[in-house]
Structures are given as structure tokens and as C-alpha cells.
Design a protein around this ligand. Structure first.
Ligand code: PA5
Length: 326
């Protein structure tokens, strides 16, 4: 699986082939992006990137099996599922078709690929043979290609530049990941960051859950200072936790707030490790942070002696939700 993560620089470039296939002759009122798990987070990332570039339309991310009530033929609904067979995402697609929305599908395969040809829905294919969570760069850049048709948020040059940046830093990222994994071993991580990087914090949690098979907790500043902070007045087993501080060193105020959270946790006996984000822009920083998280979760899986690839519990859950919804 480590090798698949090493393929990220190539994924960033490969996805650009999909940009040439995107056609959009409407100006949607709202963009609705539906997906679950490793595919769902792609919507969160795309929304954060779009707004960092001044995108001027609402983007709604749906991680559910039903669309918000207001969605209608004025909206663009993009469904993303790496496997193409996730029931919640298929349900959203069916609903979008019923409501006559403009639709797009991103998948590698599966039922959604079949539904695309049956319903003449534009289909953007991503490479087969990956794992959903590892296919993040290819799905994300493909999705950005659709958003670019509404308003340009990223150029091909930026994707190329990010690919080179990641390639050049691969070894350093893997080494740092190994160090972070050693700090997190036998602990429950508390992933702490600022609102701007909330999607990355959730992604880190998902990677630790799925690859290392451990639970973890996400706390986002400034909201953290309005509730979770009080929970530490009566800490239960502080030694079990380990803070993972996701910081953008260029963002001074944010770093100060995270330092305060760290100070408070350390007073309660909770040690922390920093995950500093590198890169020239927001896109590079979240790709860098996501790759660091990916390798950290793989190194942690090695320490625990578990297979990062297999997600038995998700398969079990998918069986249950399928029987409930069908
Ligand atoms: O990363 C994973 O394997 C999961 O979180 C999946 O992404 C999730 O179960 C949804 O599946 P898919 O991405 O195929 O729609």
C-alpha cells in the first residue's frame, strides 16, 4: 500500500487527462457533491480549495443517501465513488436524476459506470486497481476539472508544480511519518487544527481509522475553545491521548491558538506532536498533509502488525446499509 501512496505525483498528472473530457453548458445555481468515506472527503477538499480561490457559488457536500430538499434542476450534482457501487452515493444519483439535476459521475468502475451509460450522464473515469482513500489526488483533480468549468480555481501548471513538489519531498515525508507514528503508538490521537484545515483533520482521522485500525478524535479551533476545552477540567485517563497538532507555520494567529491548546493539554498530562504543513499554496499544503497522514497511518499499521489494505468492518457495514435501503 505504501507503493500506492508513492504514486501520488503521477496521480496528480494523470487526472489532468479528465479535464479535456469535461463539458458543461450550464451555469448552475449550486454545486452539490455526493460521496462517502475516501470519496466523500474529496468533496470537502474541493470546496475548501474552491473557496480559497474565491469561488462564488454555494458548494454543498452530501455524505448521506438523500439530497437536501432544495436541490432541483438548477443545480449541478456531482457523485463520486471510487468503486462506483456505494449505496448511499447511488441513491443520491438516482434522486438527482429524478429531480432533473445536471449530473456528473466520477468513479473507476461499478454500478455508477453502468448507470452513466443508461442515463447518458457524463462519466469521468479514474484509474482502477487503487484503494478509494489512496485515489484522493486523482479523484480530487478530476473534480476540480469540473469546478473549473464553472469558475477557474486551478491551472494545469499548479497540478504539475504540486506533483514535482511532492516527488521531491517523498523521502522526507516518509521519514517524518515514521517519527509521528512512533509518537502515536499505543495512544488515541486527538487531531487538532484550525477551521481552514478541518477537511485535512477529518482525512487524517479517516486514514488512522482505516489503515492503522485505531479510533481517534478531531477538534477544530476556534470551536474547540467553546466546548471541548471544558472536558479537560475533569480528564479521564489523560495518558491514553496524544495530540497531533496540524499547523500551517505561515499562519501566525492560527499557530498561536494551536499553541494555546497544546499548552492546556500538556498541563493535563497530554503530550503532543506537530504536523507542520509545507508547500507554496493551500493545495500543496493539503496534499502534503494528506500524504504525510497516509504514510503515518501505514507506519502505525506496521507497528500494530495490521494490514492497512483490508477494511472488514466497512464491508460489514455496507452489507447492512444495502439491506436497509434496498
Ligand atoms: O477509503 C475507503 O476505502 C472507504 O472510506 C471508501 O471510500 C468508502 O467506503 C466509500 O466507498 P467508495 O469510495 O468506493 O464509494
Amino acid at each position: 500500500m505504501r507503493e500506492l501512496y508513492r504514486g501520488w505525483p503521477d496521480q496528480l498528472i494523470k487526472a489532468l487527462e479528465n479535464w479535456n473530457k469535461v463539458e458543461l453548458d450550464v451555469d448552475p445555481r449550486t454545486i452539490v457533491i455526493c460521496g462517502m468515506g475516501g470519496s466523500g472527503i474529496v468533496g470537502d477538499y474541493a470546496r475548501a480549495i474552491a473557496y480559497s480561490k474565491g469561488f462564488d457559488k454555494p458548494i454543498i457536500v452530501v455524505k448521506d443517501y438523500t439530497l437536501p430538499s432544495f436541490v432541483n434542476e438548477n443545480d449541478l450534482v456531482i457523485v463520486i465513488s471510487y468503486s462506483g457501487s456505494t449505496i448511499e452515493t447511488i441513491k443520491c444519483f438516482e434522486e438527482a436524476i429524478k429531480r432533473k439535476c445536471r449530473t456528473y459521475i466520477i468513479a473507476s468502475n461499478g454500478i455508477l459506470e453502468e448507470r452513466a451509460s443508461e442515463t447518458s450522464t457524463p462519466f469521468l473515469k479514474v484509474s482502477k486497481g487503487l484503494v478509494p482513500r489512496v485515489a484522493l489526488p486523482e479523484m480530487l483533480v478530476t473534480l476540480i476539472g469540473i469546478l473549473n468549468k464553472v469558475k477557474e480555481i486551478m491551472s494545469k501548471d499548479e497540478a504539475f508544480k504540486c506533483s514535482v513538489f511532492i516527488k521531491e519531498n517523498m523521502k522526507a515525508i516518509e521519514n517524518r511519518a515514521k517519527y509521528i507514528a512512533e509518537q502515536l503508538y499505543a495512544k488515541i490521537p486527538i487531531i487538532l487544527t484550525y477551521e481552514k484545515y478541518a477537511p485535512l483533520a477529518w482525512r487524517i482521522k479517516n486514514e488512522l481509522n482505516e489503515n492503522a485500525k485505531i479510533p481517534s478524535k478531531v477538534e477544530i479551533l476556534p470551536e474547540w475553545g467553546h466546548h471541548d476545552i471544558v472536558g479537560w477540567e475533569n480528564p479521564i485517563s489523560p495518558g491514553i491521548w496524544h495530540g497531533l497538532l496540524v499547523k500551517d507555520p505561515e499562519d501566525i494567529n492560527t499557530s498561536k491558538l494551536i499553541d494555546f491548546a497544546n499548552y492546556l493539554l500538556s498541563e493535563k498530562g497530554v503530550r503532543s506532536t506537530s504536523m507542520e504543513l509545507r508547500g507554496d499554496n493551500f493545495f500543496e499544503k493539503i496534499i502534503y498533509g494528506s500524504l504525510l497522514a497516509g504514510f503515518t497511518s501505514i507506519s502505525l499499521a506496521d507497528l500494530y502488525g495490521v494490514d492497512p489494505l483490508v477494511t472488514q468492518s466497512i464491508a460489514k457495514y455496507k452489507g447492512v446499509i444495502k439491506s436497509i435501503l434496498s
